[in-house]
Design a protein around this ligand. Sequence first.
Ligand code: FES
Length: 83
Amino acid sequence: MEIKVCMGSACHIKGSPNIARKLQALLKENGLDKKVDLRGSFCMGPCNRGVVVTVNGKAFYHISEDNVEKFFYKEIFKRGEEN
Ligand code: FES
């Protein structure tokens, strides 16, 4: 599974480095860090909907420090268990 966190300037201002750190910690906590490739990305385009995170190419918008954990369990943890 591949996760990309937008590190473009608009998403960066909205806290994407913290989102990436938090995702990394959650992956580790849940034993998925070896299965999931987490990387940063250049601006993905929809800057006004950031922070943008993609999971296997599917984009999710408005990811924040408040909802990243919920996002992780809903969109990443379940799939990580499957593959
Ligand atoms: S900076 Fe993230 S979509 Fe443009």
